[in-house]
Design a binder for this molecule. Sequence first.
Ligand SMILES: [Zn+2]
Length: 188
Amino acid sequence: MLQAETARLVALVAAMCPSTHLSDATADAWHPLLADLDAADVRTAVTRLGRERSRIAASDIRAEVRAIREERLARDPLPLPDSDPDDPGRYRAELLALVAEIASGRRVRRPPAAPGGPPSHLAGSRRDPRARSLRVPCPWCGAAAGRPCTVPRLGTPLRRAPAHQARLLAAGLAEPGPGREEETRWNR
Ligand SMILES: [Zn+2]
């Protein structure tokens, strides 16, 4: 946070919480307490706090920003670093950088690396069901291994689902369940 951002924040808090005593000195006092935080996170934190309480202190904002970052980490599974685990210094540095990126919300989600991911082969393989289902022939439409599933008679590739349910089953990518083939959706 820049000094000017802290000043705007104090003005925002003063407007949101009239009962909070804020003087001209507040921005100067708050700035060193909040300077290391991301301005957008601080603004989100103040909005969240303003919905719940009529008084906001700098320590409340810090705690709320920490909660926001922890929520991001809980939502986005940590991927494995690309670095060689036999180089612990570089591996750890990349891991810490990944945590920082996810916590800040700057990181665009990408699937975690396959080994060490979710323990279940079912959950892990959901990352790219189409490529994995292509390894086996489709028992439903007859597509050979390596060939995509097609709509019977039309011969056009499926658009909504990565493959027919029977093929996903055969590839170990789905669990048996009811539903017509054409309506099989892939929402995960
Ligand atoms: Zn098929």
